[in-house]
Structure formats: C-alpha cells, structure tokens
Design a protein around this ligand. Sequence first.
Ligand code: CA
Length: 229
Amino acid sequence: MEFIPHLLLVEDETKVATFIKKGLERQGFTVEIAEDGREGKRFFDERTYDLIILDVNLPYMDGVQLAHYIRTKNTQVPILMLTALDTTADKLAGFDAGVDDYLVKPFDFMELIARLKALLKRTIKAPESVNILRVADLELDLDQKLARRNGQTIELTAKEFALLEYLMRNRGRVVSKVDIAEKVWDINFDTGTNFIEVYINYLRKKIDKDTSNKLIHTVVGMGYTLKEK
Ligand code: CA
C-alpha cells in the first residue's frame, strides 16, 4: 500500500484491542484504540480516519449506536463491525444500513486483514471521496468544488467556495475580516467596504438556512468562526 491507513479501533477488551493493534501495525497500518463507545465517538469527532473497526458490545454507547452516529456525519468512511457469536439477529439487522462489513469473533487474523484491504481499496478507488473537508454534516468536496449539507448538494460560486474552504480549514478558530481579505481575496482589508459580510451572508443562506445547527457564527468585534455550537 502506498499510503499508511489510519484506523480507529473501538474495542473495550484490552487484550483483544492490543492484539489487533499490534497485528495491524505489522501490516503497515497506524491504529488508535478507543476503549468504549463514548471515547470512540470523541475520537471520531476530533480526528480523521481511513477506516473504523467497531466492536458491537461496548460500554456507554454500543457499536450499532456509534455506527449510526458516524453515518450521520460521514457517509464515506468504511466501517467494519466485530460481532460476538451470540449477536442477535435484530442487532445484525440494525447495523445493516451503516456498516460495510462484519466479522464474527473469534476470527482469523488474516481474514481481518483481507477484509480491511478490500474496504480500503474501495475508498482509494474513489478519489473524490478522499479530498473532502467535514464539519458536522457539512462536507466540502475539494475535487468537485461543491458543498453538501446533510447529503444535499449546494452549489457555490468560486469565491463562496474559497471562503467556505478557508473557514473549514480553520474550524473552531476565530478568523478576522483582515485574515479573510488577505487569505481569500488576496487584498488588504478596507474597513470602508462590507463585501466580506455580504459573502458571509451568501454562505449562511446556502449552508445554514434550513437547519437549527448553525455552523457559521459571528464573533462580535472579532470576526467569524465555523464550528458546531
Ligand atoms: Ca466488547
């Protein structure tokens, strides 16, 4: 593999988690372990992974709930579920929608590797799915030059796209109008004009109009920030 796949493994049994992590690292993966569903959710929110392995039975939030959560935010990342032999049929049905593949424990390690490689190949074959910035259910597709909110495609002009890309790359940080003028328009900010406010309003109408989960926030006297509340 040309790239080093970055995996999240959510598994509460330390011995199993360590065993899988060590084995995968020998195969050239990097692996982060989350020890329960809540931690897995936090890692997923904060970081970007090429693939996620979920144990089905987890404290606080089980693998099925976590898979559903992940799918509301990211429709692309492959998810492989590890299930116990006694996993009930309704649970299996429950994760059909969001999970790409599953393996029943105990499994053969080479089988796991084969499944993971197959899932990763699929992702790599679709390069348009790799070059995407995400904040909550907002996606910015850098190859197709368009945005999606909650799965709905949003057409952007070139400047709106550049402004949104700048805000998303600086997610959680307050950016001033001076920053925006320099980085997006490549000009020195003239306080006598309000074109940045105008463009922020265009973006708001396109991105935040139909949702209560507003992502673009004004920080009075400072500038703007893009983040979840
Ligand atoms: Ca478990």
